[in-house]
Design a protein around this ligand. Sequence first.
Ligand code: ADP
Length: 254
Amino acid sequence: MVTLELKDLHFSYNGIKALAGVNLSMRGGDLVGLVGPNGSGKSTLLKNLDRIIVPKKGKVLLDGKDLSSMKRREIARRIGYVPQSSVNLFSKTVFDTVLMGRIPHGSWAPTRSDLRKVSDIIVEFGLQDLSGRGLNSLSGGEKQKVIIARAVAQEPEIVLLDEPTSSLDLANQIDVMELIKTQTEKGILAVMAVHDLNLALRYCDRFVLLKAGKVVANGDSDALSRTVLEDVYEIKAKVLGNGKEKVFVPLSRR
Ligand code: ADP
């Protein structure tokens, strides 16, 4: 199983500190929910993990190897990244969009095996009826599934997702979480920034709670206790249920 380690990771944007010494260790098979208030560093962390941006200090180790020593193509083969809003970027069909995921594996022309893999993923994601449609003609939920299918077509060991459910209705949120869960059950490590704590609690195996660029809780759902969450989100709340059925109910600002 793949391992991903973060050692004393620091990042700042023109002097504005976004990550302040993050240490984490994650492994294949886990769906890790990256949670925390707006501006806590979730997107910045994901971008450091795909080397879209480079840590100012510290390092990211993929199976023990420093990400900064790896070629872009190798990273693209091993890590899939689903950004927060990539959906209006292209006017390609669903099939061609998912096929783009095969680029890090081949030359300019897709092989028969690439086409077969893409067809299989399109079926796995329930997109077969949309295969010839232009991406721009799809609903938000459909587009999001296509973008995740493209990342899965890369056959990555790790998939990073930045709030993949944020603009989706409840049924599509469940579909997307189930599709991601299916990938982690195959051994992929999924690291997902997620706003909706209750959705995260329902599906994630592990949680990393960030505040002001620091990890303030890391572990299973017990790590997300009422007091920790009240403190981080600066609200009053109550918690109902346990484990996968734990629900966090915000009540008021503190
Ligand atoms: P989150 O994803 O948790 O909302 P971000 O990683 O987007 O948090 O942001 C972390 C911090 O970095 C915030 O203070 C934010 O204002 C700052 N930040 C993010 N992106 C930029 C940028 N491109 N330029 C300057 N500051 C940024």
